[in-house]
Every structure is written in C-alpha cells, then in structure tokens.
Design a protein around this ligand. Structure first.
Ligand SMILES: [Fe+2]
Ligand SMILES: [Fe+2]
Length: 594
C-alpha cells in the first residue's frame, strides 16, 4: 500500500534546514554577500550536514532572483525553438532526429536536451554558464563537510527539461541503478527548478521515497523557482515526477564518479545489509497465441531509449536486452521454431513471432545424467513461457491474499531491521505449503515434475532407482527483495533431527526480470563449510533439482528484488517418520497426484 503521507521526521528536518538557510541569507545580505550566502562556512556546514543526514538537500534561493529568471527564459526559449525532444535520450547521447520524431510522448512525458554552456551550443544567453559555474563551486566547497564528494571527477552536460503539462510525469526510478553503463557513474544529482509561479494543484512535484522501502513516501517537493535539489543518484533516492498540469522547466546536472570502475573489482556489486537498487523500469511483456505459434510482445519501459532491443534466443529461452546491453527479460520459450522479430519505435514495442515447428526437446535424459554425475541438475525452460507467467501470477496473488507467511520455526523470522529482539534469523522468505485442491496451473507443474520423476526412477545409475517415492505439497515462496536470504543448510539428513525423509528437491524459479544485481542465486556447496560453490540464477522457468539427503548443502544469497519460486520435495515412502509430515501434513504418491 503506497502511503501519500509525507514522513513527519523528514518534514521537520527540512523545515528547520530551510529556516536556517533563510537566516543565513538575511545575515549575509547585511554584509553585501546576498548572492554568495551559501558559500560562507556556516552555511556550507549546514548544507553538508543536511545532505549527510537526509541523503538529499533542498536549497532555496541558490541563484539571485534575476539569475533564476534569466535561466528560466533561456530554457523556455530553447524549448520554443524546438531544441528539446521527447524521451529516449541517455546521458548526453543525442539520437538521430528520426529517433526523436518517433519517441513516444505519452509514456515519458518530458522533453529534454543535453547542452554545454558554450555560445555555439547554448546561444540563448549566459544564464546557464553562470549556473554551472556556481554549481561547480558549491559541489567543490561541499567536499569539506561531505568528504564522499571528493570522488567526483566530472559532470554531465546540463539536461534542460520541460514537462509540458497535461499530466506529463516520470515514473519511479533511481538515476543510477548501478548497472546501466551510461548512468552508473552518477554520484550526485543536482536539479534546479525554474518556473516563475507554482500553485498547489499544478503538479510536477518530485516525490522522494525511502531507500529501504520504495513504497514509503518521504517528501513531495514542489518545483519552485530557484530551488536547488541535491540528492544521491543511486539506490538511496528512489523518486518520481508527479503528473505536471502546467509546463514545468528544470535543469539537471549529474556529478560523476569515474573512479568506481577500478574499485568495482574489489567490492561486491551490492554491499551486504544495504537496501536494494530500485526495480523500476521493468518491461511489460506478454505471450499471445497465434495461428502458427506464439507472439511475444515486449514494451520498453518509459525511462529507456526507444531503441530496438537485442534478442538472444536459445533452444529453450529468449533473452531480451536493451540496445545498450542491459538485461531486460529472460523467458522460457513456449515452443521451438523459427523466430521473426518486428520492432515498432513509435509503440516502443518489439514483437517476436515464434512458429510452432516442434515440441521442446525432452531434457529428462540429460537431467538424469547430471544428477548421476554431480548430484544436481538444471533444466532451463522447464515450464513453457505462458504457463510460467500464470504460475508466477498465482504465487503473487497468494501473497497479496496474505497466504504466504514468514515461518514460525526457531531459525525463521522477519528481516533483521523489523526484528525487535535484534536476532538474525537464518531464513526469512515468505512461504506456504499448498494443501487442498491445487489450481490447474500448479497441477501442470506437479504433473511435469512427476513425468520427470518417472524417467529418473528407471535410470539405474541414480540412487532413486526403484524407490517408492511420494510427492509433497508444493511450497510457494517469495524472498522479499530487501535482502531476504536462507543461510547454508541441508534439506534432509539420514539420521538425527534433519531426518525428514526427503530425497530429492526440485525448485522451479519464476523471475522473468532477473538481473545479476538482484542477487538471490542458489549456491550449491560440496561441504557446509565451503567458501566457494556453484551459483545458479533463479531464472524464469528454470528447474533446479538435487539429491538432498546428506548431500548438496546450499544457501540462498540475499535477494535485492522479490524472488519467486515453487519447490516440490520427493520423499522416500519406505523411510517416512513423524518428522516427514511436520511441514506438509500429508504426502501423495508420485503417481497418485496426476
Ligand atoms: Fe530522476
Ligand atoms: Fe533448502
């Protein structure tokens, strides 16, 4: 549930800071330093403290009133001359004029342009040059109270933007998702608003959300003239532009850290215990059955250049990446055949027709060989695309209905931050063993699992050979993308407390938008104490199976996007104990469940 209420704590902190700034302005005006009030030591200390504490900082009256009006006039003139163009421009890279012509104005509402302040590039006046000089001074002086800013090595061009009104907006995002090559050097965002008058109801406010909960609103900041907003460009500042009802002008500059490339190799991409990058900007996609196969329709997110995505199609999966190489989707195929893509820049939509030439290859034999040689195996594209989507929707709906819960066993619990006793649980996914009559989509999965088992049971090189196996109730699980994880463990032991009768674990993953930065890999180890292991990404439609009795210790690495999976365990029907029924209540024979 998205709360529209601003955080009281943040409102109080920002109001006190604004009052302090007003005092500094008044005080230094007495000494003729009206224009440079913010460069004075005590002003700079206050601004630095605010940025350090809040992660953002709202500075009113950064320019003089005349300078702000001049800059507004220049940007408005630039707009009137048709130099600002619709969406799809990334970090100073101007596409061809054709690209701009076809950009979809309805989905990303602003028109923008990237400029330096040279007279050639910006013939509209000297206001932009003056602003960039002042901003450079501010940022360099701020290094004293905010040492982190010493990492800044350069700045982007100035992005002049106009939201033309009529509900133009920009959906929730972060300016630097840590992945996109053109954005990942952004350290600090500096945004100045230029509109001369703004009234409640004009819209176009910047809404800032909590880093650790992007649904929780911190502030809505009205776009008042001469208001400078600074904020960390990365995951710490999810934000959106609310629908603007009147034209809204601004200039944004990103202060860049080009040193991070070197450090990246030494540090994990996402530090432990920190909140996730935003998952904003996920693609819309759908499978549609066609006369001779299936059509996959992929619609680009609003904040992405309207460039034809890149396809990578294997026998069982299709991967879609943006034109700049950012992974967007990985989907199991519904059929195997020729693929014919068609791109519409105007609709920002890629359609791929897959002709239904033959059924997907039977991968059971290969899976049995993997199980026999290494104790675990993977089948990509185990569940066909549309079925995988339906099952994912089912799990999400069960969660929305409150049917998935953090478990109550001693080692389970909520995330550390919510845990009053400060205990660190070993496992904090939300799950439910589905009892009763399963829906058709889940029966489809268990039937496929049983078909696979039928082949494993006759493979004489496997320890499952000839066993009387029983299938457990499927377990639906979501690891919330706030760092939820499962420490290393065995699913079953032969003796002792872990003797629950399980012999085989099959997990189906349901995450079409998975990216490496989302974490959440299943890590399989040789021994519980091993440092290194094999990391398997929880890709949509991927089945991972392993022999689990005293074998294949594993862990789920912290997840930075909600991670959906369904697990089915198989039990040795001749070695059942009381414990076997602990979680699941009852078991069905492999060939009883249908
Ligand atoms: Fe932004
Ligand atoms: Fe497990």
């Amino acid at each position: 549930m998205v709360s529209e209420k601003q955080s009281r704590e943040d409102v109080v902190a920002d109001t006190a800071f604004a009052a302090a700034c007003t005092e500094f302005q008044k005080y230094y005006a007495l000494y003729g330093k009206e224009e440079w009030w913010w460069i004075m030591d005590d002003s700079m200390d206050a601004i630095g403290a605010q940025l350090n504490k809040q992660g953002y900082c709202i500075i009113d009256g950064f320019l003089t009133a005349d300078q702000a009006q001049q800059l507004h006039k220049e940007v408005a003139e630039c707009h009137a001359e048709g130099r600002l163009e619709g969406g799809g421009l990334v970090n100073g890279k101007l596409p061809s004029s054709d690209d701009a012509k076809y950009a979809d104005r309805a989905t990303r509402g602003d028109v923008i342009g990237w400029f330096d302040s040279t007279e050639d590039e910006w013939p509209h006046g000297r206001g932009l040059e003056g602003y960039l000089l002042k901003l450079g001074t501010l940022v360099s002086e701020l290094q004293r109270p905010v040492p982190h800013l010493a990492k800044i090595t350069s700045r982007s061009k100035a992005m002049a933007a106009c939201y033309p009104g009529g509900g133009a907006r920009y959906v929730k995002h972060v300016d630097n998702d840590g992945k996109h090559p053109l954005c990942k050097t952004r350290l600090l965002t500096a945004l100045i608003y230029l509109n001369g008058s703004w009234h409640q109801g004009d819209g176009g406010e910047l809404a800032i959300f909590r880093a650790e909960d992007e649904h929780s609103l911190r502030r809505t900041v009205p776009p008042l003239q001469n208001r400078l907003l600074l904020f960390w460009s990365d995951w710490r500042t999810p934000h959106e532009v609310r629908p603007a009802q009147k034209p809204r002008y601004s200039v944004t500059v990103w202060l860049l850290d080009n040193t991070q490339k070197v450090e990246e190799t030494a540090q994990p991409a996402i530090p432990a215990n920190l909140p996730p990058p935003s998952t904003a900007g996920e693609c819309d996609y759908e499978w549609q059955q066609a006369a001779t196969g299936w059509d996959l329709k992929v619609r680009l997110p609003e904040d992405m250049a309207a460039e034809c995505p890149v396809l990578d199609i294997s026998d069982v999966q299709v991967r879609v990446a943006s034109s700049s190489g950012e992974p967007l989707l990985c989907l199991p195929l519904p059929c195997c055949g020729d693929a014919v893509p068609k791109w519409s820049r105007k609709r920002r939509q890629l359609t791929v027709h897959f002709s239904d030439l033959r059924c997907l290859a039977d991968s059971a034999g290969q899976f049995a060989a993997q199980l026999a040689s290494q104790g675990w195996g993977v089948i990509d594209g185990f569940l066909p695309g549309p079925e995988a989507d339906e099952l994912r929707q089912f799990v999400l709906a069960e969660r929305a209905a409150g049917k998935l819960q953090t478990g109550r066993n001693a080692h389970e619990g909520p995330r550390k931050a919510d845990n009053a006793e400060g205990k660190s649980p070993m496992k904090n996914d939300e799950y439910n063993f589905l009892e009763g009559d399963p829906p058709a989509v889940l029966r489809g999965l268990t039937r496929r699992c049983n078909q696979l088992l039928a082949k494993l049971l006759v493979a004489d090189q496997l320890p499952l050979h000839g066993k009387n196996l029983l299938q457990g109730h499927p377990m639906l699980a979501i690891y919330p993308g706030t760092g939820a994880a499962y420490g290393r463990h065995l699913d079953s032991t032969v003796g002792g407390r872990g003797a629950n009768g399980r012999v085989l674990t099959l997990v189906l993953y349901l995450n079409p938008f998975w990216k490496a930065s989302h974490g959440g890999c299943l890590k399989l180890l040789q021994e519980l104490a091993d440092k290194d292991g094999i990391e398997l990404e929880p890709l949509h439609g991927r089945l991972v199976g392993f022999l689990c009795q005293d074998q294949n210790p594993h862990e789920v690495l912290p997840c930075w996007a909600d991670r959906v999976a369904v697990t089915v365990w198989y039990y040795d029907g001749d070695r059942l104990t009381e414990r076997c029924l602990g979680d699941e209540g009852s078991l069905v024979g492999v060939f009883e469940g249908g």
